[in-house]
Design a protein around this ligand. Structure first.
Ligand code: G
Ligand code: MN
Length: 316
């Protein structure tokens, strides 16, 4: 094991990294410098009317030598080495520019949700990084949503709150990600004044397995609603899970049942397809992959095909 300190690691903290991590850190730094091997995937988040309410952007890395590296490996590594700062800067810049291009083409894809690490949020230049991406792209601040993991509310909460609230005052929305897996207190959740709460997939996926699992999800939804937060259920993979979380009052869902993370080209095709369907004359089209829920279907947990075309982006 060796020590490696990257540019974004708070002074005084030395993260220990293995040989593989060190090798990967060198490659990641190069990827960021050359803008090679990094890409963005987009995963839609749907509201109860099957419209896309938001799109979460996810970083992907396919290295020429090391091959594809999972985000579950390279994100913690980037956090340890400080490379998370240039990585997040790259992600938000690219995502804002791409989303603004889609906006200019007439696709109103709701909010753009971008993940941020507390290692980055702490930094004095964090707020300016966000403003810069908005300025450069021309994306309205109201379209940007920052996803912050619940665990980001644990250390140096005052600094995190100060930075996030400054952005919120300018219209940027705040979303608490992976809720239920961190160690923050409900007091902090209330104090932060966020907009969205995302229930972690381990709870969503446990909801249809046992009564206690469902009760947990219901309890989280109730807490979130009492704080005025919009609730997103993450990791919805089955019709049963979707029906249950809707029944419990979740406003939005995300998961493989509805859409996997996709390339910008795939998202563009999806958006175009649904825009064309929304505008086309003639009998309504039915997308067999996506279903609407009638109140009765919720009761019986049956899904019913849509009777009307899907209008994903609310194009006027
Ligand atoms: O921590 P965060 O919630 O931002 O992580 C999002 C991750 O969850 C992404 O890597 C994405 O690929 C993954 N994901 C999205 N939908 C699903 C799903 O339905 N099931 C599972 N297992 N993972 C999902
Ligand atoms: Mn997220």
């Amino acid at each position: 094991m060796r020590e490696l300190i990257g540019p974004g690691v708070p002074s005084g903290s030395k993260a220990r990294v293995s040989e593989r991590e060190r090798r990967l850190a060198v490659r990641l730094e190069k990827a960021l410098l050359d803008s090679i091997g990094l890409s963005l995937a987009y995963q839609p988040i749907f509201d109860r009317n099957q419209q896309i309410a938001a799109v979460e952007v996810l970083a992907r890395w396919d290295d020429a030598i090391e091959g594809p590296i999972s985000p579950s490996e390279f994100i913690p590594l980037a956090e340890k080495t400080g490379l998370i700062v240039p990585l997040c800067k790259w992600v938000i810049r690219e995502a804002c520019l791409q989303t603004k291009r889609w906006l200019d083409q007439g696709f109103l894809l709701g909010r753009l949700a971008v993940n941020f690490s507390v290692v980055h949020i702490w930094r004095e230049d964090f707020v300016e990084t966000i403003f810069e991406a908005l300025r450069e792209s021309g994306l309205p601040a109201q379209m940007l949503e920052l996803e912050v993991t619940e665990s980001a509310l644990v250390l140096d909460f005052e600094k995190v709150k100060q930075h996030l609230q400054m952005l919120r005052r300018h219209g940027v929305r705040i979303s608490i990600d992976d809720f239920g897996t961190g160690y923050s207190s409900l007091g902090r959740l209330r104090e932060l004044d966020a907009d969205v709460l995302k229930i972690d997939k381990i709870f969503v996926q446990g909801a249809d397995e046992e009564i206690r699992g469902a009760a947990m999800v219901q309890a989280i939804v109730n807490i979130a609603h009492s704080l005025g937060l919009t609730v997103v259920a993450e990791g919805v993979e089955t019709v049963e899970q979707r029906n249950l979380v809707y029944q419990m009052g979740c406003e939005e869902i995300q998961g493989y049942l509805l859409a996997h993370p996709m390339t910008p080209e795939e998202l563009f095709i999806l958006m175009s397809k649904h825009r064309n369907e929304a505008h086309s004359a003639g009998p309504p089209l039915v997308d067999t992959a996506i279903f609407s829920l009638s109140p009765r279907a919720l009761e019986t947990q049956e899904a019913q095909p849509l009777a009307a075309p899907l209008v994903f982006f609310g194009i006027a």
